[in-house]
Design a protein around this ligand. Structure first.
Ligand code: MLT
Length: 267
């Protein structure tokens, strides 16, 4: 069921079923995606009634006036309030993980656990910031479709790209529906974000890490250095998987998310 709430005059769209678990399971998508990126996992997570949010500037949600993941975390909190959900297990894919980290810093009392699904706590490197700035220029010059087309193939392990072209085509088509203003806002937010290793060190709840051995964006060794920071951590390195386990290893993704939610909800 699609819901849209007004938060400070902006639309935030999210998807829910008629029930929400007392410890809600909330899923946040990554860059140039929207809540539909989780659709393939829904039938197997049905009994957990996952809530999926369109982050600012994507899907049915308006862009955020400030390019700052703290403001995005406030939107996530507005959805929890709208659902009357006191606590949740918040799983963020990549850029959704950056939002989850800001949420963990701002609203630790609302978390029974949170997960970095192909994500990490580090600030952008200078090279990464530069490449994002080039992306912003490309988008500002009207090349949104080209930008999106070159983005998605690099997110998957090579073997998956060869055998599943339709998955990548679908993501590109969906990405091309995202407004350039939303994509630019996300790039600016990623450039501006700060290191969140302290948020991991301070986490009072369990933290999940899902990593892909073939992720070209998040080298496993680098992410594992962050994975040892929380007091309670659940780490999975998926062999042969790139940056998109919800497509590349859907059954394993369901098993990991379900077990993590059960562990956090029972504490
Ligand atoms: C994502 O999938 O959200 C992006 O890879 C995040 C990033 O570019 O850092």
């Amino acid at each position: 069921m699609k819901q849209t709430l007004l938060h400070n005059g902006r639309r935030i769209t999210y998807y829910r079923s008629d029930t929400v678990r007392p410890v809600a399971l909330v899923l946040l998508h990554g860059f140039c995606e929207d809540a539909s990126v989780w659709d393939g996992l829904l039938s197997d997570l049905n009994d957990l009634h996952p809530v999926r949010i369109d982050l600012p500037g994507f899907g049915g949600s308006d862009p955020s006036p400030s390019n700052d993941f703290d403001a995005w975390a406030d939107d996530v909190c507005a959805v929890l309030n709208d659902l009357s959900a006191k606590t949740c297990v918040l799983i963020g894919h990549s850029m959704g993980g950056y939002t989850a980290l800001s949420f963990a810093k701002r609203y630790p009392e609302r978390l029974a656990g949170f997960g970095l699904f192909h994500s990490h706590p580090y600030e952008d490197t200078p090279d990464r910031k530069e490449s994002r700035r080039r992306g912003i220029e490309m988008l500002q010059s009207g090349k949104r479709d080209l930008y999106v087309a070159q983005l998605f193939p690099g997110l998957f392990a090579e073997a998956f790209v060869k055998t599943n072209p339709a998955v990548i085509e679908t993501l590109i088509a969906r990405g091309r529906q995202q407004p350039a203003t939303g994509i630019i806002g996300a790039l600016e937010s990623m450039i501006a974000r700060k290191d969140h290793r302290d948020t991991l060190r301070d986490a009072a709840c369990p933290v999940l890490f899902v990593l892909g051995s073939d992720d070209a964006i998040i080298p496993v060794d680098w992410a594992l250095q962050a994975a040892v920071l929380p007091a309670v951590t659940d780490v999975h390195v998926l062999p042969g998987v790139g940056h998109m386990a919800m497509f590349e290893a859907p059954e394993k993704s369901v098993e990991i998310v379900r077990q993590f939610w059960e562990f956090c909800a029972a504490r």
